[in-house]
Design a protein around this ligand. Structure first.
Ligand code: HEM
Length: 500
């Protein structure tokens, strides 16, 4: 190991042990660079000033770090307080960067109706995603090209595919949970994360890639996924951190595996009917087919975009159901009413009739949306209400905050799936409920996520009864980029009707 690598390893091991707050502290080495950037932005602001009114800025007595500590500790509380005190558009500084949050439906409309040239996604996401997905896809290409890639992926995520997926997911779930036995206490989040790599790999990548998914490949995914950290977002990519090196090595290894499968598919006489085949056959508007690196990058993107989002949501849903045994029993009887007393294998057509399960998932996504903040870089001055947001601000919308504003949602913190039986559960506001985003960057995986999570939970409800361990409902872990449950242990007992 060189000295640089040793110091990289030390920095990293320290970072891994630190909370977000302390992580932000650890980045103070970049004060000078960012301070310089701050000066440029300040100059731009001065140019803009005159009769323009900037959003209220929450003052801070801490230089550079600004509000990083309070925000890192409890971002939702921080933003809710800011909304109360300053209103729907509010700016504050963290680690030398200015963030402007658009809180509530009306203010959020600015982000969702904007052009990518004005509020830009690549500027904030590419440094995180490009080393993981690779070049030529997603935020590494101009947005019109990414939109074409999203369209190709969406074509592959169709009803004919979902019908096959239900069968696959039920089978993988039953198979995975065999190891849980009849009763016990286990880490639900860990189990669902492992399961969802298997289901997503088979549904989104195809049977050949799923068959290759052994412990070594699972480790490669874990290393690749290790690229999605606050460290990767905040620190320069050239730092010799072990996690960066593991990520880069895993990226190359996984691509090699995908290339071999793509090559065999291209050479095969017979065509498959799955997403990989859709991508192989797809064409850009100008007639060009996707290259192997583009297909491989899109496959990585598909898996990782859906992995944490779906596993976290599924785990939270489990704890909401475990906390309310009455609701859990209603969901179980719905299985019998919709699918039949004998609970035969699930079918895609039945999923939409599982209305209560659907509402439970919808309510889980309201109270625990996995993407807490969507972010863009303001490249041009942005007018919102009476304010002008200057270029250089990171403009943010938080589903978590919009989903629990008191003036929008009745009994805003209650888990109440039946609220969606009412006509206007969110006071008719357009962007009050946005777990999958909106506008040009909207999620393409919503339908697949619903199929996947509803199939997993239908299967689990048929297998087990769940309860909280000694009444403990997990608190929210704010240190991870996606807000996962803390100490996610659940108690389970096999239902007596269930065949093994
Ligand atoms: C519960 C599950 C999921 C949730 C809550 C979720 C949430 C989101 C959100 C909030 C965005 C918008 C990001 C932004 O505007 O900055 C997004 C975009 C996206 N998601 Fe999902 N997602 C989920 C599952 C999936 C799955 C399963 C896939 C793929 C199969 C997927 C693929 C994508 C893609 C390609 C984008 C587009 C990003 C862009 O255009 O900038 N997502 N998702």
């Amino acid at each position: 190991m060189t000295i640089a690598e040793v110091s990289g390893a030390l920095v990293e091991s320290a970072l891994e042990k630190l909370s977000v707050t302390s992580l932000l502290l650890a980045t103070s080495a970049f004060t000078l660079t960012l301070g310089f950037m701050g000066k440029i932005i300040f100059k731009q602001k001065q140019k803009l000033a005159g009769d323009t009114k900037f959003p209220p800025h929450i003052p801070s007595s801490v230089p550079f770090l600004g509000h990083a500590v309070a925000f890192g500790k409890s971002p939702i509380e921080f933003l809710e307080k800011a909304y109360e005190q300053y209103g729907p558009v509010v700016s504050f500084t963290m680690v030398g960067k200015t963030f402007t949050y658009l809180l509530g439906s009306d203010a959020a409309a600015l982000m969702f109706n904007s052009k990518n040239e004005d509020l830009n996604a690549e500027d904030v996401y590419a440094r995180l995603t490009t080393p993981v997905f690779g070049k030529g896809v997603a935020y590494d290409v101009p947005n019109p090209l990414f939109l074409e890639q999203k369209k190709m992926l969406k074509t592959g995520l169709n009803i004919a595919q979902f019908k096959q997926h239900v069968e696959i997911i039920e089978e993988e779930t039953k198979d995975y949970f065999r190891r849980w036995g009849d009763r016990g206490e286990r880490n639900l989040f860990e189990a669902l994360s492992e399961l969802i790599i298997l289901t997503a790999s088979r549904c989104l990548h195809g049977s050949e890639i799923r068959q290759m998914l052994d412990e070594r490949v699972a480790q490669l995914y874990a290393d690749l996924d290790g690229g999605f950290t606050h460290a990767a977002w905040l620190l320069p990519g050239w730092l010799p951190l072990p996690s960066f090196r593991r990520r880069d090595r895993a990226h190359l290894e996984i691509k090699k595996i995908f290339y071999s499968v793509i090559k065999k598919r291209r050479e095969a006489q017979e065509k498959h009917d799955d997403i990989l085949q859709t991508l192989i056959d797809a064409r850009y508007k100008d007639g060009r087919p996707l290259s192997d690196p583009e297909i491989a990058g899109m496959l990585i993107g598909l898996l990782l975009a859906g992995q944490h989002t779906s596993s976290t949501t599924s785990a939270w849903m489990g704890f909401f159901l475990a906390r309310d045994r009455g609701l859990q029993e209603r969901c179980f009887s719905e299985q019998r009413t919709v699918c039949g007393e004998e609970l035969p294998p699930l079918e895609y057509e039945q999923l939409k009739d599982l209305g209560l399960l659907d509402r439970c998932l919808k309510e889980t996504l309201r109270l625990r949306p996995p993407i807490m903040t969507m972010m863009r870089m303001a490249r041009t001055p942005q007018r919102v209400g009476e304010y002008t947001i200057p270029p250089g601000h990171q403009v943010c919308v938080s589903p978590t905050v919009n989903h629990r504003l008191q003036d929008t949602w009745a009994e805003h913190l209650d888990f109440d799936p039946d609220r969606y039986l009412q006509e206007n559960p969110a006071a008719g506001e357009k962007f009050a409920y946005i777990p999958f985003g909106a506008g040009r960057h909207r999620c393409i995986g919503e339908n697949f996520a619903y199929v996947q999570i509803k199939t997993i939970w239908s299967t689990l409800l048929r297998l087990y009864e769940f309860e909280l361990v000694d009444g403990n409902f997990p608190s929210i872990n704010y240190t991870t980029m996606i807000h996962t449950p803390h100490d996610p242990i659940i108690r389970y007992t096999r239902r007596t009707h269930t065949q093994h």
